[in-house]
Ligand binder design. Structure first.
Ligand code: GLA
Ligand code: ZN
Length: 688
């Protein structure tokens, strides 16, 4: 763990700000002047500028207008407001699409899109790449030493795929590099199935609604290729920026539970991870589940680079694109914003600073509404966040110690979803990972969210829900992890296919003689899937050593397993597998491995992970975390910070851990017992 990492070299404290689009208001100098005043009033110290400014920066091909941006940046610098300067590739001028139609994406049905919208350029188009290099070079030459500019906001929310002839050709090159020969590709793609054998590279096409979808390995490779394309395009954008000023950090804003690209790969192209978080507060009765789901994603963003991240976007009030755009109840804005900081963010930033007058986002929440001032409920809530961040400024750069890692793996996720069976009505991989994570989250135990290629050695416990696709050497590394004293929790539907999406032979998980099967000490013979309404009873044996027992229910998926060297801790008590083991434990070397053969619910997970924490001596920041409260830890060499957050609309009593704690917000000493109000967040600190 990094104990102190200043991710933006020019900045010491926490950042607070928004996406700022002055280009929409160039004919209103009064409004631009007022913006600065309002930024000061709302305690904003950073703006992301230029994200969609290309047509203002280069209204005609090769004719650039920077004077307006000079003024904006100078003005911000003069008032002590920093800037993430964007490269404008997220949306392009009409002249560019008109003159170079190959910049327009071709969809999977092979239809070229018309000009308009955004985030829809072809990553392979030589023309787009050239135009991006030109504008990025000009921006870097002019602004990369500007006193306001603290980093690059590269493009906006990379996403999607393109099926044009350039991209098809790149895909074939990528496959040639990967497989070397068609013979090998045919073999590993299992293409004799349905006579799909390829005899020329040119026959290979990206997946489409009208063919090429029956080869699972092709679909998986396409997704890997699309990740590489996006990462390659991102690196292409960054090259001129770095060649002019290598010290200015880059970030790209990622998205929540994003499906298209493996973020572990994309994150390699940038210096700092940032992301756009839009939880749908007040939608469900279980607000706590949403808080947990969001917390897990913040943890992933922190783990991607094992350093603080930035909350690049969130809404100060409501969005305009969610099915129902609810306002946040009083206090929830501060709570939601500080939750990001609690999990490792060094900023709270919004989309957007000022509401536009026209077009698709004119009703999206903004710090400054059409009324034009900040004496509004939202204005006050935003100001309260700014003030709070100033009070907890010392948190910036601190780390998050984690003894637990949960594997959430993109390639595994894609392969599970494409698998055709065993449960086509929903395998719910993301939710399942989160359901396991929740067992720790509700105890205040920090987790890193890793992929299967990450280093396992820093952790005491690794949880690998549904590790269906097993990459080379991962089973060996898990075996070593356990043998050397680690605790592994694996579940049903693990070790089913290799990284080529070919099923293992000789017995799951992992195949005959697999280190994974050895580590878990079981053989999984078959899996049954259940309808949504079905539940199957299993009993945990009170004497099995978990410290709890009783009757529980399995849902969605359940496996029929056999003990090899493991011992059973729980048995199915009805239905097809009545009497067979469902939870097992296997000792190996200095450590042990649990197997959970069926999908369990919150009730079981809560008890199981609480027992696991006790049995394996995990550090808990607080002896008891009340229901609906989340506690996270950040720390540096000198101090430990506890974020105590109440996601319930009711007060809760908490007992702070022994020691001398100070309320970071008020500066007051903290009593041992305190009440935390509905939707309240309290940050306390103690010296180490
Ligand atoms: C995304 C985009 C922003 C804006 C917001 C609206 O996160 O990056 O430009 O459209 O959504 O919520
Ligand atoms: Zn393309």
């Amino acid at each position: 763990m990094n104990y102190k990492k200043q991710i933006i070299p020019k900045i010491k404290g926490l950042l607070h700000g928004a996406d700022y689009n002055p280009e929409q208001w160039l004919d209103r100098p009064d409004i631009l002047a007022k913006d600065i005043e309002l930024m000061k009033q709302t305690r904003c110290n950073v703006m992301s500028v230029g994200i969609f400014s290309w047509s203002t920066l280069e209204p005609v091909e090769g004719e650039f207008q920077f004077e307006w941006l000079d003024k904006v940046l100078d003005n911000l610098a003069n008032h002590g407001i920093s800037v993430f300067l964007a490269t404008p590739s997220g949306a392009r001028p009409a002249w560019l699409s008109e003159r170079y139609p190959d910049v327009l994406r071709v969809n999977s049905a092979r239809v070229r899109q018309l000009h308009g919208e955004r985030h829809n350029h072809c990553y392979s188009s030589p023309n787009y790449r050239e135009k991006v290099t030109i504008i990025n070079t000009k921006l870097a030459e002019r602004y990369s030493q500007h006193p306001a500019v603290i980093g690059w906001h590269v493009s906006n929310e990379y996403g999607g795929d393109c099926h044009c002839h350039y991209c098809q050709a790149e895909f074939r090159e990528w496959l040639k590099n990967k497989y070397g020969s068609l013979e090998r590709l045919n073999q590993l793609w299992w293409s004799t199935f349905w006579s799909h054998t390829y005899t020329r590279w040119e026959q290979i096409e990206s997946p489409s609604p009208i063919g090429e979808n029956s080869i699972h390995a092709l679909k998986l490779d396409w997704k890997r290729f699309c990740t590489d394309r996006a990462a390659n395009f991102c690196a292409h954008e960054i090259a001129p920026l770095k060649s002019i000023n290598p010290d200015l950090p880059t970030t790209a804003n990622l998205m929540e539970y994003f499906y298209d690209y493996n973020y572990w790969e994309l994150a390699k192209s940038i210096d700092v991870v940032s992301w756009d978080s839009y939880p749908l507060w007040h939608r469900d009765s279980d607000e706590v589940a949403l808080a947990c789901y969001t917390g897990m994603y913040h943890d992933l963003m922190r783990t991607l680079k094992n350093q603080p991240f930035l909350l690049m976007e969130s809404t100060p009030s409501q969005t305009n694109w969610q099915p129902i755009t609810k306002l946040k109840k009083d206090g929830v804005h501060l709570l939601s914003s500080l939750q990001a900081v609690a999990h490792g963010s060094d900023s709270v930033q919004y989309f957007q600073w000022r509401k536009s007058r026209g077009s698709v986002e004119k009703f999206h929440g903004a710090v400054i509404d059409h009324v034009g001032h900040a004496n509004t409920r939202t204005g006050r809530e935003v100001t309260a966040v700014g003030e709070y961040l100033q009070q907890i400024n010392a948190v910036a750069g601190s780390g998050t110690p984690a003894e637990v890692a949960i594997i959430f793996d993109w390639e595994n996720r894609w392969a599970i979803d494409d698998a055709s069976g065993p449960r086509n009505e929903g395998m719910h991989y993301e939710q399942t990972v989160c359901d396991h994570y929740r067992g720790f989250w509700q105890q205040g135990i920090s987790c890193d969210i890793i992929e299967q290629l990450c280093d396992f050695t820093p952790y005491k416990v690794i949880v690998a829900p549904m590790l269906y696709l097993l990459k080379p050497n991962v089973a060996e590394r898990l075996e070593t992890f356990v043998a050397q004293g680690g605790t592994l929790v694996a579940t049903y539907w693990s070790g089913i296919v290799d990284h080529n999406d070919l099923c293992f032979l000789g017995g799951f998980p992992g195949g005959e003689g697999s280190p994974l099967r050895r580590t878990l000490g079981i053989w999984a013979e078959e899996i049954d899937s259940l309808y949504d309404h079905e539940r199957v009873r299993f009993d945990v044996d009170t004497n099995a050593g978990l410290g709890f027992g009783g009757e529980f229910k399995a849902k969605h998926l359940m496996e029929h397993i056999h003990l090899e060297t493991a011992q059973a801790l729980a048995y199915y008590r009805e239905d097809l597998f009545d009497g067979c083991p469902v939870i097992t434990k296997n000792h190996l070397g200095q450590g042990c491995a649990y197997y959970i053969a069926a999908r369990t619910g919150t009730e079981f997970n809560t008890l199981f992970y609480s027992a696991l924490a006790d049995l394996h001596g995990l550090h808990k920041p607080m002896a008891h975390v009340p229901d609906g409260v989340s506690v996270t830890t950040r720390e540096d060499q000198q101090s430990r910070y506890l974020f105590i957050m109440n996601f319930m609309n009711e007060p809760r009593d908490v007992t702070v851990p022994p020691g001398t704690w100070v309320n970071e917000n008020t500066g007051d000493a903290v009593e041992e017992n305190m009440m935390i109000q509905p939707y309240q967040v309290i940050v306390i600190s103690s010296q180490k």
